[in-house]
Design a protein around this ligand. Structure first.
Ligand code: THU
Length: 160
């Protein structure tokens, strides 16, 4: 038996003001998108904004449903729309922000496992990394240079 250590490297910014101008704008788009969340069941609103290599910015938010599992996270709303509308575009950067009406979250909110799996599919498809930035309601931002970095031991087409 041996132990394997798989590193996950993230960069932490104390505030979104420390981001480069393009990413700061993208995070502002995610913050605006958060307001469009339909989250009557969790009161947890998530906004996401995705920059494509054709210059388009796709924004979206979580959409809940009385049949809970039928709802969809903000990140998947965005990547599936982008994939459907711009099938030839590469995804460059995604910003994510979440705010709860029950408590104020200032810690960065990372994408859930299902969203990581959805996003990594596009990284594999386009053969280039997607930068991921995530934030709570405001404040600290975490950056991952790729989605694969957040999803070690990925399940991908190589095993099918
Ligand atoms: N949610 C997202 O939109 N993205 C995530 O990565 C995690 C969770 C949504 C789903 C649900 O509407 C609410 O947040 C609470 O889980």
């Amino acid at each position: 038996m041996k132990e394997i250590n798989i590193p996950c490297v993230v960069h932490v910014y104390d505030d979104r003001d420390q981001l480069t101008a393009d990413v700061k704008d993208l995070m502002e788009s995610a913050v605006s998108a958060r307001d469009s969340a339909y989250a009557p069941y969790s009161d947890f609103k998530v906004g996401a904004a995705l920059l494509l290599d054709n210059g388009e910015v796709i924004t979206g938010s979580n959409q809940e449903n009385a049949s809970y599992p039928s709802g969809l996270c903000a990140e998947r709303t965005v990547v599936y729309y982008a994939g459907a509308k711009y099938p030839d575009a590469r995804f460059l950067k995604m910003c994510i922000t979440a705010a709860s009406s029950n408590s104020t979250t200032f810690d960065p909110i990372p994408p859930c496992g299902a969203c990581r799996q959805a996003i990594v599919e596009y990284e594999i498809k386009q053969e280039s990394p997607i930068e991921i930035y995530f934030m709570g309601a405001s404040g600290k931002v975490m950056k991952s240079h790729s989605l694969a970095n957040l999803l070690p031991l990925v399940f991908d087409k190589s095993v099918l």
